[in-house]
Design a protein around this ligand. Sequence first.
Ligand code: FAD
Length: 300
Amino acid sequence: TGLRLGTPLPADLAVSFEFFPPKTEKMEQTLWQAVHKLAPLQPEFVSVTYGAGGSTRERTHATVCRLQKETGLRAAAHLTCVGATRDEIDAIARTYWDSGIRHIVALRGDPPTGVGTAYEPYPGGYAYAADLVEGLKRVADFEISVAAYPESHPQATSPQHDLDNLKRKIDAGATRAISQFFFDSEAYLRFVERAAAAGITVPIVPGILPITNFTRAIEFSASCGASIPAWMAELFSGLDSDPDTRHLVAATVAVEQCRQLHAEGVKNFHFYTLNRAELTVGICHMLGVRPKQPAEATAG
Ligand code: FAD
């Protein structure tokens, strides 16, 4: 079953790309090089993350607006509850709406002191992502995406509690969930099944992380509710000082993961690009997602 090398590539895939706002001029150049390579793939949308504690507020805003204006792609802004009152968040949202941005990825965020420390709602702020979704919908009729955790959010008291929380976010007005990255496709598929059984009918788009730096991925995964299976450690072992081979392995793993998911009926993929194009372009190419001619792009 599923796609094999040599079988016709599917024409029904939709992709989206996530970027982070650049800190320096050099990082800005890297981002825009990536954007120019990825834009012709005509993603369904592109999104820009929001730094801890609102630290990238202006940069996120500038990047989202420039993306939408210069590429014509639909750009989404990530927004979190951290470090701001409801009025302040509402004002940021209104500015987005006035700038023509219609899609927000609404998140709780993590404490500015670090992912591992206890989360305390900001006084006068939105406490959790579900509250933020409700607030944003009061500001304007945004399209809203939220986060989902196939292996549960690390602070969730139980998987059921976490699923109930996702349902609250959907009931508050979100129309798409984007998953935390994962490498255990079975865990994602089971999660989607449980979500459907709980009455969640919106798409839960898998978040695909092509791994460029395995050591950093291990550090990060521990704190964000994604496990690294032993087989991955085995695949990357011995490659710490061999980035070329690491990239080949990373692309192969991601393509295989997407093919497995597609065979199970998944048609949308969200790529955590880390502002680099090479891996994502390669993976998309293998999946049959190719640059579209302007006429095709506008017709679709
Ligand atoms: P929530 O959905 O609010 O849930 C957080 C935790 O609180 C869960 O364990 C939930 O079960 C629990 N909970 C919810 N409501 C209640 C309640 N009323 N009482 C008690 N417990 C409750 N972070 C950033 O800082 N910037 C970004 O741009 C960003 N982008 C992301 C994009 C994606 C696709 C994903 C998956 C994550 C992203 N994150 C980002 C990380 C995210 O902010 C963290 O994972 C954060 O810890 C949880 O955010 P959330 O929106 O899932 O929170």
